[in-house]
Design a protein around this ligand. Structure first.
Ligand code: ARG
Length: 462
């Protein structure tokens, strides 16, 4: 037999080695090695359980613990040479352990399969990632609140259909994003609950013949409980899909914000400046300062949607239980983690680098009859039914447009021509400040309310 098949831990029943292409095709070590910490953590918990249950000896456990400490140190320092001959992170770590401590290393896999091992590793990895993302989300949300506080009373046009609609404050606008990212934080917290269950103990698919203690392993690893059904446990990737769905939603919010930042930064609009460190120049046009970061974030949103689709499609036709298809779960998942993590880190910083051009916002507000609704509401308070008030104001807008002025520039007589109920006090409601101040209820844009909302936001972040 001219075979190097026996270099594989599973090679006993094989008579011919896999080709180099198949080896490369089936190996995952290039991308799953990033789970080495989780893999070792999981193995140590398993080994402690095996020793506690008398399945391996106390000496074996001591050897495994000592060996794993060394493996960890070798990986940390970049000494360990990952080998695709050993397929994945699990076999690489186990092989190195065995080289260091001998038979104890070979006993580690008792009562375990890579199927429940990998499921455990991914859950641990994802739980750590969710915790990192929550920290970043919090930083980003508090940067949004800081910006909102600075501009709590700064008027800007609020838009519908991208047409000037009504005055709002920039602070109010920022708090809208604070809410979106708050829901994202809730979604990650919720996805974490279903991630935080232990598959280990399911072994290949049916459970194991050894007297294991799964609850002990769950507690060792900080899981909230064990996965109930072994077949489900080794094949379930719902938690990864849920997480990626939460990432996709978060990126959709990032993309909406990015779109606004790009638009606001355009000289045509000129609502904001973004600090130079988030922009780049052009290799040909010396005058350019491009909002690359928000543009790229908008682009990366598509990438995360793609990862979600990959995972959903990966799972859709898989019969129970584990199939090798599942190895394809990692790259989309890791990419979603990386993209969201980097994006949040950069956005938390960028929010602090936004300066508002209040003059331009104010100028834009005078161009779209932003206080027309205020005039209609004024007439309603003078006794007109809302529909009639709406029509009367429509005529006033038409007249102002023809004259090339905004509503407050019409004279009292001109206004009276459309709505006789108008009196001199009307000008107070036609100003931007009057309009803002009058939306004075929870959720409204009155600066007083925005400040109260900021205080509540800070409490929620605490
Ligand atoms: N590298 C594999 C994965 O990521 C580990 C599990 C392999 N199990 C198996 N029965 N081949 O899914």
């Amino acid at each position: 037999m001219t075979s190097n098949a026996n270099q594989y831990t599973w090679a006993g029943r094989f008579s011919e080695p896999v080709s180099d292409l198949v080896k490369r095709y089936t190996a995952s070590v290039d991308f799953d090695q990033r789970m080495w910490r989780q893999d070792i953590r999981g193995s140590l918990a398993h080994a402690r359980m095996l020793a506690k249950q008398g399945i391996i000896s106390a000496q074996d456990l001591a050897d495994i613990e000592r060996g794993m400490a060394q493996v960890a140190q070798e990986i940390e320092s970049g000494q360990l040479e990952w080998s695709i001959d050993l397929e994945d992170v699990h076999l690489n770590v186990e092989k190195r352990l065995t080289a260091l401590v001998g038979d104890a290393g070979k006993r580690l896999h008792t009562g375990r399969s890579r199927n429940d091992q990998v499921a455990t590793d991914i859950r641990l990895y994802l739980r750590d990632s969710i915790d990192d993302i929550q920290v970043l989300l919090k930083q980003f949300r508090s940067a949004l609140v800081d910006l909102a506080e600075k501009e709590a009373a700064t008027p800007m046009p609020g838009f519908t259909h991208l047409q000037v609609a009504q005055p709002v404050t920039f602070g109010h606008h920022m708090l809208a994003y604070f809410e979106m990212f708050g829901r994202d934080a809730e979604r990650f917290a919720d996805a974490r609950k279903r991630t935080n269950r232990l598959p280990l103990g399911s072994a290949a698919l049916a459970g194991t013949t050894y007297p294991i203690d799964r609850e002990f392993v769950a507690a060792e690893l900080g899981f909230e409980g064990v996965c109930e059904n072994s077949l489900d446990a080794v094949s379930d990737r719902d938690f990864a899909i849920e997480f990626t769905a939460a990432c996709a939603l978060l990126m959709m919010h990032i993309s909406r914000l990015s779109e606004e930042l790009v638009m606001w930064m355009s000289p045509r609009v000129g609502f904001i400046q973004i600090a130079d460190r988030f922009c780049t120049g052009s290799s040909i046009m010396p005058q350019k300062k491009n909002p690359d970061v928000p543009e790229l974030a908008r682009g990366k949103t598509g990438r995360v949607y793609g990862q979600l689709m990959s995972l959903l499609t990966l799972m859709k036709s898989q019969p129970l239980a584990y199939n090798k298809d599942n190895q394809e779960d990692k790259e989309p998942l890791f990419d979603a983690v990386d993209t969201v993590t980097d994006t949040l880190r950069i956005f938390a910083d960028m929010a602090g680098g936004i300066t508002v051009r209040a003059d331009n916002m104010k100028a834009a507000l005078t161009q779209g009859f932003a206080t027309a609704t205020d005039l209609a509401d004024y007439l309603v308070k003078k006794g007109l039914p809302f529909r009639d008030a709406h029509e009367a104001v429509g005529h006033a807008v038409k007249a102002a447009e023809a004259k090339g002025v905004d509503l407050p520039q019409l004279t009292l007589d001109e206004l009276k021509a459309f709505c006789p109920q108008v009196e001199a006090d009307v000008f107070a409601v036609l100003t931007v400040e009057g309009s803002l101040a009058s939306r004075n209820h929870i959720g409204g844009t009155a600066p007083e309310q925005v400040k109260a909302a900021i205080a509540r936001a800070r409490q929620r972040l605490a």
